[in-house]
Design a protein around this ligand. Structure first.
Ligand SMILES: [Zn+2]
Length: 412
């Protein structure tokens, strides 16, 4: 049976990890940044060196194809891929694994001359991690990028997408031109680390993703009263921060006790105004994020947490605004693709289990335009979005092998 070269794959993973490498391990490689653009140039060289056709679309997505150069409805492509951007202080596998294992699979197929009826291509989607707009490249490719939104997309530090793209040599206004024609993708398959502990704890080497969670984010803004922090008696204070803190604790409890059992919530961004020690906070803003594989559960929790914010504000004699920021629906993966992955596992003698993805992925956008699926391998210690994110090399080899066999089955 045809197998991938772990040596070549490992060498590429280690080389890509040098772009944006941090002194203590891990990487910071946000999309459009100089290290990302150097990594893009390197990737294009690797794709061409592997004998693939390589191209970049107006949204900055990088592609390498065998039997394909571009996307046409008369020759639907079996597509794999992931992303080469990272979160700040991220790991070396989130995204990189799917792109480089895809490249390795296509190179192996090409070198061995393995026949495949459909063309094959690997993608590196731009700004998956959303420094400017999450899943940006795959949204453009799948036709769900709102052109009116592009001038407003900006990073948390205020840098605008249009400026970042211009610096990298791209015109952001043209990104929607990356949209692929309907019917141009026969199937999409993404290999990724699980980023959680389930596979490792179960001792199961392969996860077959059934659904990708939906994510809701709301900005919750408490308006209290700024006052002198020394002279204002405690009982007179209308402290916006304390309301935000109270809400964060109660919303967590609510999601844990009233969610689906797997619902999760996070408050990862908090701003207190004016933000100095001698003024009682007059305003406190937080971003409340919730995830669940069930759309109905998310809808209900969002309404309940908004009501909770109003209760907290009322009890503390202040006001609150709940501003929905984004809502993605849970994305079911294709039963056909899941079946092909499971057949590949059976052929390779590898155990698998079905699971849902608790993280968002480009595959959720692809699922709206084609049969899409995902293969997970265990994350060491369940760790991800941190510098020590890792998987075992034999797990990486196994995942790449399942990817290769499944791509061949989909392209047959
Ligand atoms: Zn990722």
């Amino acid at each position: 049976m045809v197998t991938v070269s772990l040596e070549r794959l490992r060498s590429r993973i280690e080389t890509l990890a040098r772009f944006g490498a941090l002194p203590g391990g891990g990487v910071t490689r946000p999309c459009w940044s100089p290290p990302h653009e150097e990594a893009r140039a390197w990737l294009l060289g690797e794709l061409r060196g592997a004998g693939l056709e390589a191209w970049v679309d107006p949204a900055g997505n990088v592609f390498g194809g065998t039997g394909a150069r571009g996307f046409r409805p008369d020759a639907p492509v079996v597509l794999t891929g992931s992303h080469i951007d990272t979160v700040p202080e991220g790991g070396i596998l989130d995204g990189a694994l799917g792109v480089l294992a895809g490249l390795e699979a296509l190179q192996t197929i090409r070198e061995r001359g393995i026949p495949h009826r459909r063309p094959l291509a690997v993608a590196a989607w731009s700004d998956e991690e959303g420094r400017y707009g999450s899943l940006f490249g795959s949204r453009a490719f799948c036709g769900t990028l709102d052109p009116a939104l592009i001038p407003r997309l900006a990073a948390a530090d205020g840098e605008r997408l249009v400026d970042a793209m211009a610096r990298a040599g791209f015109d952001a206004a043209r990104a929607p031109e990356a949209r692929a024609p309907a019917g141009a993708v026969a199937a999409y398959l993404e290999l990724h680390i699980e980023q959680g502990p389930r596979l490792e704890e179960a001792g199961i080497p392969i996860g077959v993703v059934e659904t990708i969670v939906g994510v809701r984010r709301a900005r919750v803004v408490f308006h209290g009263q700024a006052d002198h922090a020394g002279t204002t008696p405690m009982e007179r204070r209308r402290d916006a921060f304390l309301a935000a803190a109270d809400f964060a604790l109660r919303a967590r409890e609510h999601v844990v006790t009233r969610g689906s059992g797997v619902s999760v919530a996070n408050v990862g961004a908090v701003h207190v105004h004016p933000g100095v020690s001698n003024i009682v906070p007059g305003r406190a803003e937080l971003v409340h994020e919730m995830r669940d594989p069930d759309a109905g559960v998310l809808e209900r929790l969002a309404a309940e947490c908004a009501a909770l914010a109003r209760d907290v504000a009322r009890a503390r004699r202040i006001t609150v605004e709940v501003q929905p920021m984004s809502a993605t629906a849970p994305a079911p993966c294709s039963p056909r693709v899941q079946a092909r992955i499971e057949e590949a596992c059976a052929t390779l003698g590898v155990k698998w289990q079905r699971l849902y993805s608790a993280a968002g992925h480009d595959a959720q956008n692809l699922a709206a335009v084609t049969d899409a699926g995902m293969v997970f391998i265990p994350s060491r210690g369940g760790r991800s979005h941190r510098v020590d994110e890792m998987s075992d090399w034999d797990a990486i080899e196994r995942g790449a092998g399942v990817l290769l066999q499944t791509l061949l089955a989909l392209a047959r």
